[in-house]
Design a protein around this ligand. Structure first.
Ligand code: FE2
Length: 280
């Protein structure tokens, strides 16, 4: 049976898993996993997942099925992914709105799409293709990017909305990605949030990022969440209501207690912004 995903969650990352599963901190309300780490893999990963599911609702976030790819998807991988997701009984699965590869080469990175009508049309068709193949609700995630767009494209927010509407899709709204892109490409992150159809938002990501000496912001998931991103989260939650929020930390992972301090800060914002006083 699908369990409710609400409040503040944390990624089940290998570096933290043993301590997290032993301590079972009550402030962590749910966990996010990357299916790529578990499919066709037993041993410690399988054990971790089974232990996690005893205590927490689990949501999945994919890293390798880039929804804007022009390359054909790997049908056997999608079939296995669908089986894995349905067995987990997750409420939704998410993947990035980006390119993953070109000319049969996969880059293990999130490459930017052109924000054009043609690209929105293709991305929405690809999203529907993946959703049909896996047989569970699918949310796209807005990505960070570092290449400037050409002069004729849509604004990023308009592009994301186009894809959402064409595919009738759900959204994993990453507020750190919007903040990073806004600072790097000089747009107002709150104006972006204002364009999003909030009824489509099923999950929020929040993270820290690295600021280079030249001012470019890099979405590293390797730093504490900065105050400006907390503030954008507060602004967003006041519009979405109590959508579950995941703290992403994948690199430069600190001791668990440091992450739990950030989780506590997120709970404060979540409660203040949504008016929920009895969760967590
Ligand atoms: Fe994210």
């Amino acid at each position: 049976m699908t369990r409710d995903v609400a409040g503040i969650g944390l990624g089940l990352r290998y570096d933290l898993a043993t301590e997290l599963l032993e301590r079972q901190p009550k402030s962590v309300a749910w966990l996010e996993i990357h299916p790529e780490n578990y499919i066709d893999r037993g041993g410690r990963y399988q054990e971790m997942l089974e232990l996690a599911r005893e205590d927490w609702p689990v949501v999945t976030h994919g890293l390798s099925t880039c929804l804007g790819s022009a390359e054909p998807f790997d049908a056997s991988y999608l079939k296995g992914l669908g089986t894995f997701l349905r067995d987990l009984e997750i409420p939704w699965h998410s993947e990035h709105l980006c390119l993953g590869g070109v000319d049969d080469r996969f880059f293990h990175d999130l490459l930017p799409l052109p924000f054009t009508e043609e690209s929105a049309q293709m991305s929405s068709q690809r999203l529907i293709e993946v959703r049909d193949a896996i047989g569970v609700p699918l949310a796209l995630e807005n990505a960070s990017y570092y290449a400037p767009q050409g002069p004729d494209g849509l604004a990023e927010a308009d592009f994301v909305v186009e894809v959402l509407q064409k595919a009738d899709a759900k959204l994993l709204l990453d507020v750190n990605n919007i903040y990073v892109n806004g600072r790097n490409f000089d747009f107002d992150p709150k104006a972006y949030i204002d364009k999003i159809p909030m009824e489509r938002v099923v999950q929020i990501h929040v993270a820290g990022h690295f600021v280079r000496d030249d001012g470019l912001r890099i979405d590293t998931h390797g730093e504490p969440v900065p105050d400006d991103v907390y503030e954008l989260l507060d602004y967003t939650l006041r519009k979405t209501g109590p959508v579950p929020v995941l703290l992403e930390r994948d690199n430069n992972v600190p001791p668990l207690d440091d992450l739990l301090s950030e989780v506590d800060e997120l709970w404060k914002i979540y409660r203040n912004a949504t008016g929920i006083v009895d969760a967590g």
